[in-house]
Design a protein around this ligand. Sequence first.
Ligand SMILES: Nc1ncnc2c1ncn2[C@@H]1O[C@H](COP(=O)(O)OP(=O)(O)OP(=O)(O)O)[C@@H](O)[C@H]1O
Length: 618
Amino acid sequence: MTFLPPRMANTPTRAQTPTRSRSSLSSAGSATPVPSSMSRTRTPGPSSSSLRRPTTPRVSLASPGPGLRARSSMSNMSTPMRPSSSLSSHSSYGAQSYQGTIKVSVRPRPLQTTAGNLTGNWNIDRVDNTISNHETGDFQYDNVFEPSANNSEVYADVVQPVVTKCLEGYNGTVFAYGMTGSGKTHSMQGSVDENGLIQLCAAELFRKLKSDFDAYKVGCSYLEIYNEKLIDLLNFDGSPVDELRIRDDPTFGVRVVGLSEHWVASEHELVEVVQKGDSARKTSCTDFNDRSSRSHAVLLMRVEMKQDSSTRHSTLCLCDLAGSEKASSQTERRKEGAYINKSLLALSTVIQKLSQGSFNHIPYRDSKLTRLLQPSLSGESIVSILCTIHLSSSTITETINTLRFAARAKNILMNVRRNEQQEPEKERYELLLKENQRQKQEIEDLKRGQVSKRLWSGPGEDVAQLSAENLILNERLEHMKRLHDTENVQSAMEVQENIQQLIQFDVSDPRFAGVVASLERQHKMQVSQIEEMKSYISHLENQLRNHIGSGTQTATVSGSDKDEEIADLKRQLRGKDSIISALRQSTKVRDTISGDKRGKLFLRPIENTVGGQKEHIK
Ligand SMILES: Nc1ncnc2c1ncn2[C@@H]1O[C@H](COP(=O)(O)OP(=O)(O)OP(=O)(O)O)[C@@H](O)[C@H]1O
């Protein structure tokens, strides 16, 4: 199984091919090589950062939900087990969910050279990630480390992929499981010589938060489960608190009521807080460990990350479980051991049922530990388990039990939801803000434009100018209409002229009476047109005089328009002269033929009108 998306499968990896070393820890035993499917990848992150100092509420963490099932039922547990290769499990990174199996790694502690630490005939293949014994056969996991592996190597394969996914908005849980003295605390907390997984995790978490996000908050809670009681390890002021209780929570699945949460702004603050909590943790000297942890310690880091318009939440849970142990010689240790073993048995049962894909009751409530881990184990968290083991012959039964526990856990499928919210509200707000700024700028520009215009033209003048232009345009429109009518008349008269040409030889013929009547009608219409033109010319001249008198720019413009119109009218009058001449010609013909004086009377008004008009225009 890999914690990284298929699209990243080809990314160069740190430990894709570790030194192939099959550690033969005994002369006996044979391990069957199993093809490895490991893919260890580092994910690069984007840019930009800003640190925000958070405040400190009291909250408890963990997330709920379904989504977990077994990959297959475990078969005969007494036979050698070869868990399915990681290749057979599928991991996919859809936009909002992660699917894969629980990641399981095995870390043997280095053999002690003291007497009685005979090797247990174990072979380790780091390349194939198998551990084998001639009695048990091969066990294959996501990682099987060499006993010489240091915490940094373990971190890179066990915790780092979970941290990466947490930064993408998935919950993550890492827990160390193994018999007493096998190296759980050494792995999680480190030693004077090397940092533990918690410190390495804190360093990477804050480094990536700073480099990849615009803003973030990290809240930290730390508790222990001692003799089935929950104790807040960060209750620094020693204020009396009621016993912490686990409650169902619609949002987080379960919630530890009364557990304090401390906001930490840096790796150092986080480590400092955890170290203070560790010093409060119950440890004692046991038959197997001088400083044995007598409790399960659970560190919860609640992370909120903001980038652009999206907000991600995730809870990272690191657990250092107490080790299973044989009955102690001391009464107090025996009592502690009984609680520890009971809770580890409950965990083992839950894992077994989950690995079998049981849809029946899962006994999470059998212990505080399983109750607390319920959201993680029920599919709301990416889970990575580090199983620490002894390789000595004296602990072979416990080691095999641990390896079987690990094999069952490896069989559990997860379907983890991603906690990311796009913020449409924020996007809309930003758009509105931009729009608002744009409009403000527009108003400012308009104000500046108005001021300069006033300085240039003075108030009210632009309105007068527009009115004048409007007036002129209306008049031009009217004039065009009249010109159009006049053209009609002119064409009609031309037709009449043609008729006159036809009738000059025999106008007395009664057949031409209709033509003469038509001529009279046309004449009257013409007189009316000429009268109208006369009045219009007079109107234009008045306007021209007014505008010239006021001396404005508008008057100048309209004056030149009027000149053009007058020129047009003169041209039309010349056209009318030819019409009148045609009419006169036809009338003369008529008079000659009929001797009637009516023709002279008929023409006189036309001559008078045209003559007056000519005078007017001159
Ligand atoms: N990988 C390792 N390299 C060096 N020393 C180790 C390693 N693992 C364990 N030890 C040493 O073994 C001793 C017991 O280890 P540790 O306290 O981590 O065991 P544990 O699993 O936490 O035991 P318990 O369950 O009793 O608390 C310690 O002194 C520790 O330094």
